[in-house]
Write a protein that binds this ligand. Structure first.
Ligand SMILES: C[S@@+](CC[C@H](N)C(=O)[O-])C[C@H]1O[C@@H](n2cnc3c(N)ncnc32)[C@H](O)[C@@H]1O
Length: 213
């Protein structure tokens, strides 16, 4: 059984600040990620709740799962600012405290790089999203360029994951989504930040996958 304990006190404080300053660039991707959603939504690893104000009014409820205590507290505060009802709960993506097929859609943003067991987390998302429901994803991923991919792999073998809240730069999350049984309907590649010199975590994917009926 995956460990439910996630504590990254230093990273959490840094991320809480950084995510606000990144909002100018990332905010448009968050809005795009959530556009068109409706009904009951589960968001895994919601952090300090940066997606909450981007949910469209057709969403009737969001259950936001966040294991890190400092970020979860901030998410509770952020939930009060959202235009849709958001309930923030403790839990990990690998062991969601939720019923089968309970949700019309799931949301994963900048989180599948950090979970300890991506395949188990994907299986859990598949379980709680109803047949025909969607997974919306926005994640930084393994580079297609061999040079940057090598840099990412080397980085993951250093202290990077332990200083960055468990983040791994070299994950092939698009493949993991498909391997979990989702059908990828749409997936675009982005560079974030979109600068000439790409940091190793700049290759991103954004898209929509469906749990087959
Ligand atoms: C980079 S932050 C992204 C937060 C948020 N999703 C966003 O878009 O800003 C990564 C998040 O994943 C969470 N996390 C780490 N391991 C997790 C796990 N096993 N299950 C669920 N969330 C996890 C962290 O606590 C953190 O909130």
């Amino acid at each position: 059984m995956p460990r439910a304990h996630v504590r990254h006190p230093v990273f959490a404080r840094i991320y809480a600040k950084a995510s606000r300053s990144m909002e100018r660039e990332v905010g448009e991707h968050r809005s795009r990620l959530l556009t068109g959603l409706s009904g009951r939504i589960v968001e895994v690893g919601a952090g300090n709740g940066m997606n909450f104000t981007h949910y469209p009014p057709e969403v009737t409820s969001v259950v936001a799962v966040e294991p890190e205590p400092y970020l979860r507290r901030l998410a509770w505060e952020e939930a009060l600012r959202a235009a849709v009802p958001v309930k923030v709960v403790d839990g990990i993506a690998e062991q969601l405290p939720l019923d089968d097929a309970e949700f019309d859609a799931g949301v994963a943003s900048l989180v599948l790089c950090s979970v300890r067991h991506p395949a188990i987390a994907m299986a859990e998302l598949f379980r709680v999203i109803r047949p025909g429901g969607q997974l919306r994803f926005y994640e930084h991923v393994r580079a297609t360029s061999p040079r940057l991919s090598r840099v990412q792999r080397a980085m993951d073998a250093t202290v990077w994951p332990s200083i960055s809240g468990g983040c791994h730069a070299h994950r092939d999350t698009g493949t993991a989504i498909a391997e979990a049984g989702f059908i990828i309907e749409q997936m675009d590649s982005l560079r974030v930040p979109d600068t000439r010199l790409s940091p190793p975590t700049s290759p991103h994917i954004i898209g929509v996958a469906t749990r087959p009926r």
